[in-house]
Design a protein around this ligand. Structure first.
Ligand code: AMP
Length: 259
């Protein structure tokens, strides 16, 4: 199910054009995982499956790049992002706080890219308490570093239409040429193996402590991110079923696409 996410992308003073139908069991989840693990793909599949809204802080920043008028917080966030740095905790929390109505949305949510640090996770806990809702679980996608490097370093992008290919798993029909628009395929600078190792290092330093945080809170659901996206989705749904059985809620029945 596709959601407009206007309130999330633009801020709480905007309303989404369609309110998600009230469901008996809104899913309120966080997705964690290193770059290249396929978290974005899983977010899309899980949203379809669970009917929840995909709330990505990266998407908020990318949408803001197309806006003429920015709040001071968004202005600072974009400057940090363009330098290839993480946005400061203070600014990210402020931006999410401006959208905290999305956390109590009756359709539920999948947070992707937030929280990224323990400080952000603590702020999220506080916002959820203020909104009167609770997190149901944290899906943590895991993949050995060498597999991450191989996955990302094979990625190629069309310079014109931005379609994504992979040298091993999704080859274009003609080498280095986009199937859709014949544009030239290139490799992003940060997709080179050395750059990937640096990104993994940053992930381990700032984001991996979150795994400990959510483990201690009894929220963590580790998912092996090997195999194709459907396999990973099945594992995610199974883990959620176990989690919901644990917290004494209804089981997810597949397929749930009718919601
Ligand atoms: P993403 O699409 O999640 O990879 O985010 C793209 C960029 O946005 C990141 O490289 C950061 O510069 C910034 N960003 C997104 N979410 C956060 C966050 N929770 N904390 C800090 N920086 C973030």
């Amino acid at each position: 199910m596709h959601r407009h996410r206007k309130a999330w992308l633009k801020g709480d003073e905007f309303c989404c054009p369609t309110v998600p139908p009230e469901c008996t069991r809104p899913f309120r989840l966080v997705l964690l995982g290193p770059p290249g693990v396929g978290k974005g793909t899983q977010a899309g599949l899980l949203c379809e499956e669970l009917g929840a809204c995909h709330l990505s802080t990266g998407d908020v920043f990318r949408a803001a790049q197309c806006e003429g008028k920015l709040t001071p917080a968004l202005h600072k966030a974009l400057a940090a992002m363009q330098r290839g740095e993480l946005v400061s905790d203070e600014i990210v929390v402020e931006i999410v706080r401006e959208r905290s109505g999305c956390l109590r949305c009756q359709g539920g949510f999948l947070l992707d890219g937030f929280p990224r640090t323990v400080c952000q996770a603590q702020a999220l806990d506080q916002m959820l308490t203020e909104e009167g809702v609770a997190l149901d679980g944290v899906l943590s996608y895991e993949l050995p570093v060498e597999e991450v490097v191989s996955r990302i370093s094979g990625r190629r992008i069309c310079q014109d239409c931005k379609a994504i290919y992979h040298l091993q798993t999704k080859q274009p029909k003609i080498a280095n040429q986009c199937d859709h628009c014949s544009g030239h395929l290139f490799q992003r600078d940060d997709d080179h193996p050395d750059a990937i190792r640096v990104r993994m290092q940053i992930y381990h330093e700032s984001t991996a402590p979150l795994i400990d945080y959510y483990q201690k809170a009894g929220m963590l659901l580790p998912i092996a991110a090997t195999g194709d996206p459907e396999d990973i989705l099945h594992r995610s749904i199974d883990a959620l079923n176990d989690r919901y059985a644990e917290i004494d809620r209804d089981k997810i029945s597949r397929p749930a696409k009718t919601r």
